[in-house]
Design a protein around this ligand. Structure first.
Ligand SMILES: [Zn+2]
Length: 112
């Protein structure tokens, strides 16, 4: 049996941490005993969550891309993909504008 340094409860020897307050046998608080970095991250996340919950709004973060480092061939394939994807996009635009053109052309001819 060992006694918790924090809440002075009696703990069985097979337990490394206090069942009541979570403090370790050495008297280290539950959060700090795991990993200070991950504990900090968790605290940060909890704070963010509380902030957004309190306001009832979504947190929006602005990101501005300054530079992108893409390997040459990766960029080549990306551009080829882009060029191929533009074909159906152009067809859709062509169809849309021809429909608009036909409608306005017909309207124009009917009026004058
Ligand atoms: Zn305790």
């Amino acid at each position: 049996m060992w006694k918790c340094k924090h809440c002075s409860k009696s703990i069985e020897d097979e337990f490394d941490a206090c069942w009541s307050c979570g403090y370790s046998k050495e008297g280290i608080p539950p959060d700090k005993s795991i990993n200070s970095e991950s504990a900090e991250n968790r605290a940060e996340l909890a704070r963010e969550k509380n902030k957004s919950n309190a306001k009832g709004t979504l947190q929006v973060q602005m990101v501005s891309i300054v530079d992108a480092s893409i390997p040459f061939w990766s960029m080549v394939f990306f551009m080829i993909k882009w060029a191929l994807a533009s074909i159906p996009a152009i067809l859709i635009l062509l169809f849309t504008f021809s429909v608009i053109g036909a409608l306005f052309g017909g309207l124009f001819r009917a009026l004058f």
